[in-house]
Design a protein around this ligand. Structure first.
Ligand SMILES: [Fe+2]
Ligand SMILES: [Fe+2]
Length: 206
């Protein structure tokens, strides 16, 4: 357990400090950069910073789950999804730089909170662990759909990234469902939405 914890702590530091790498090609690789007004650029940057912060949180959630998942097949599926989350991190990170910004200063704070939530969900057992994951991915998928409506029409590069992430997140939710995720109680889902709102509201600006 101590070994596992040290490995996860190391991963956490890398998530926060080192650039992420993507095995798949970045979804915006072949999409031309468009001429955005400074207001459009600023808005796209804020939205992509929110998405990057969300991906930092995803790292922590999946790590918390890797530490606690009991079932081997669940552990393997979680690992694969976690790899895709690292790719999301790489895509959003690069897009933020292209838009002339930097990741959110609040990332360490949200990372720590998410890790604690991931571990707490894991302690309750695989069914609830997966239920928490399923609900998170569903909410993130819906949130990314919202960003596809909000992003400037001309920002085709950010759109390509967000669209692929949305598809991946919905597949992660499906994976959790197939592995036997429990349906979370309504008030818990509402609390999760509220904390996501706090995260998105703050990381857009900071
Ligand atoms: Fe993701
Ligand atoms: Fe995901």
């Amino acid at each position: 357990m101590l070994d596992k914890l040290i490995i996860e702590l190391d991963k956490g530091l890398r998530t926060l400090c080192a650039p992420a790498n993507s095995g798949r090609a970045h979804p915006d690789q072949d999409v031309a950069e468009s001429d955005l007004s400074s207001a459009e650029k600023k808005h796209a940057l804020g939205l992509m910073r929110v998405n990057h912060c969300g991906e930092v949180c995803a790292q922590a959630l999946y790590q918390g789950q890797a530490l606690t998942a009991r079932d081997a097949s669940a552990r393997d599926a979680l690992k694969q999804a976690a790899l895709e989350e690292v790719e999301h991190l790489a895509w959003t990170e690069r897009r933020i730089r292209e838009l002339g910004g930097r990741p959110s200063l609040l990332n360490p704070l949200w990372y720590t909170g998410s890790l604690a939530m991931g571990v707490a969900a894991g302690v309750l057992g695989d069914k609830w662990n997966l239920g928490f994951l399923q609900e998170t991915e569903r909410q993130v998928g819906a949130h990314l759909d919202g960003h596809l409506r909000e992003l400037p029409d001309g920002d085709a590069r950010s759109r390509a990234i967000v669209a692929q992430m949305r598809d991946d997140e919905l597949q992660h939710a499906e994976m959790a469902h197939e592995l036997g995720a429990a349906e979370l109680p309504g008030p818990l889902k509402a609390a999760m939405k509220l904390s996501a709102k706090l995260m998105t509201g703050s990381s857009y600006h900071l």
